[in-house]
Design a protein around this ligand. Structure first.
Ligand code: FES
Length: 149
């Protein structure tokens, strides 16, 4: 890997936090990017509106691993509402930046969190669309060209 990555990206890529699965997750989301083929899976354990635990598995590039790792740190212990505020931009800032061609990897992290929250609401019998928005495969973020901010 070249020096185009910040020290924080390299740290989260080399030592990703919260890797794995949660057997007792009550919200699980999986998103992928059709162009690069990378896949991110996010497991949430939510109690009383708070994300008590979170784990992820990413089959993808180093930036995708780093963005999902830091995203889990950013939402752990937070309320659902706070987790819904997590933007890919905040993820990029927390990592001290990403090269433009890798911005779509951070979009995947935001989408993975939203997808898991969407699953949580569905399991509660609540329609997630008004709360979270469109999670379908044809939304702009999922078919991104690596240029999203
Ligand atoms: Fe596609 Fe990183 S290259 S998620």
């Amino acid at each position: 890997m070249s020096t185009m990555y910040s020290a924080k990206v390299m740290d989260h890529f080399a030592n990703p936090r919260n890797v794995g699965e949660l057997a007792d997750a009550n919200g699980v989301g999986e998103v992928g990017n059709a162009k690069c083929g990378d896949i991110m899976k996010m497991y949430l354990k939510i109690e009383n509106n708070v994300i008590e635990d979170v784990k992820f598995k990413t089959f993808g590039c180093g930036a995708a691993i780093a963005t999902s790792s830091i995203a889990t740190e950013m939402i752990k212990g937070k309320t659902i509402d706070e987790a819904l505020q997590l933007t890919n931009k905040a993820v990029v800032e927390a990592l001290d930046g990403l090269p433009p061609v890798k911005l779509h990897c951070s979009v995947l992290a935001e989408q993975a969190v939203k997808s898991a929250l969407s699953d949580y609401y569905t399991r509660q019998g609540v329609d997630p669309t008004p709360i979270i928005g469109c999670m379908s495969d044809d939304c702009h973020a999922c078919s991104c060209e690596g240029q999203h901010e």
